[in-house]
Design a protein around this ligand. Structure first.
Ligand code: GLA
Length: 359
């Protein structure tokens, strides 16, 4: 382990930072692959955060350092967008510049406890922390938290190549770890809701890398757009009646069924209800993601099945885009640590390499 004082902003850049800002990762409890269909989502913030410290660059280049990766990227104003973690940071600079806001050369130091590549929105946490830092450093007082999320989404779409919805950046910008954030992704109407009484959240990494996440994600999105256009609606959000999708060929019919039923599950959860009822919605969401949306993989199904069989678990599902990454479970309050450890032991005995992420 590097000593913290050896990797701080001061040590990397030999100066004090002018601004330091943070933003959390998120776990989505219900409402998966609905946001780019103008639908409903229900994420919450996780305790893990990304922190950005920044100050003026000593020269005419940006210098961007990631403590976790121990990598520094330096680039001038006309250099191409770098690959990897720095693409999100430079993407944030570029979206501001497109708004006519010049970004002077900066020294940026990033540290993060949000797991990378698990589907817990480490990229959104980085974008939101970075944009908060830029808002403060450049005194962009008219940029509110919703705008931060929208700018972060644009940075991800335009410069990291994923045609993502607005959920992750909204969650990182507006959610907290004590509530569920209900969000209507079309109107951006939102509401903080309590967790079901007597319950807490467990998040586990399946250890399966999300290799297809980019291409598979963009393909699902295109299928949904095609389904909406065949049905003559703006987005699948506008279809509530499952009878209406009978005319669609496969796989569009299955994709549409997932989106419609998943929107229904979020709206049902929003009404409130017991932890048992919420858990059943999560189990149904997993089945729908596995069978209709086809974004699960064997490891995720295995881990979800183990969690669902464990006493004290109300419900479990894959979370995030799928194709690997994390699972989330709603469990009896106070039992999260034990439940997660038992599930992990069983999962890893089956030959996988999972990890407990929350609690
Ligand atoms: C990724 C995207 C989100 C959302 C989820 C799936 O996390 O960034 O916008 O579409 O997948 O629900």
């Amino acid at each position: 382990m590097p000593r913290p004082e050896m990797t701080s902003f001061q040590n990397v850049f030999k100066a004090d930072p002018q601004v330091q800002t943070s933003a959390p990762g998120r776990v989505n409890m219900l409402g998966e692959h609905t946001d780019y269909n103008d639908g409903f989502v229900l994420p919450t913030a996780i305790p893990q955060q990304t922190t950005v410290a920044l100050g003026p660059s000593p020269d005419d280049q940006h210098h961007i350092y990631s403590q976790e990766l121990d990598q520094q990227v330096s680039l001038g104003p006309t250099d191409p967008i770098p690959e990897g973690f720095a693409s999100y940071v430079v993407g944030c600079f570029k979206v501001l510049e497109h708004q006519g806001i010049p970004v002077p050369p900066l020294a940026v130091h990033i540290t993060s406890s949000v797991p990378m590549g698990s589907g817990l929105s480490s990229s959104a946490a980085l974008e939101v922390a970075m944009l908060r830092g830029l808002r403060s450093h450049l005194q962009l007082l008219d940029i509110d938290d919703v705008r931060i999320a929208q700018l972060g989404q644009r940075a991800e779409q335009a410069y990291a190549g994923v045609q993502c919805g607005i959920m992750d950046q909204m969650a990182s910008s507006l959610a907290d770890a004590e509530h569920l954030l209900f969000l209507d992704t079309r109107t951006l109407e939102r509401q903080l809701l309590p967790l079901p009484t007597g319950a807490e959240i467990v998040v586990m990494d399946s250890g399966i890398p999300r290799t297809l996440a980019g291409s598979g994600y963009n393909q699902r999105r295109a299928e949904c757009e095609e389904a909406a256009s065949e049905l003559g609606v703006k987005a699948l959000r506008d279809v509530e009646d499952l009878g209406a999708i009978a005319q669609l060929a496969e796989p569009l019919q299955n994709r549409a069924r997932h989106v419609i039923t998943e929107n229904g599950r979020v709206l049902q959860a929003r009404q409130g209800g017991s932890a048992e009822q919420f858990g059943e919605l999560m189990n149904a969401s997993h089945a729908s993601l596995r069978d209709d949306y086809e974004v699960s993989v064997e490891g995720l199904d295995k881990l979800v099945a183990i969690l669902q069989e464990t006493s004290g678990v109300f419900g479990a599902r894959l979370t995030g885009a799928g194709f690997g990454g994390a699972c989330v479970a709603l469990v009896e309050a106070g039992k999260g640590k034990d439940i997660a450890q038992n599930a992990l032991d069983r999962y890893n005995q089956a030959g996988y390499q999972g990890k407990i992420l929350v609690p």
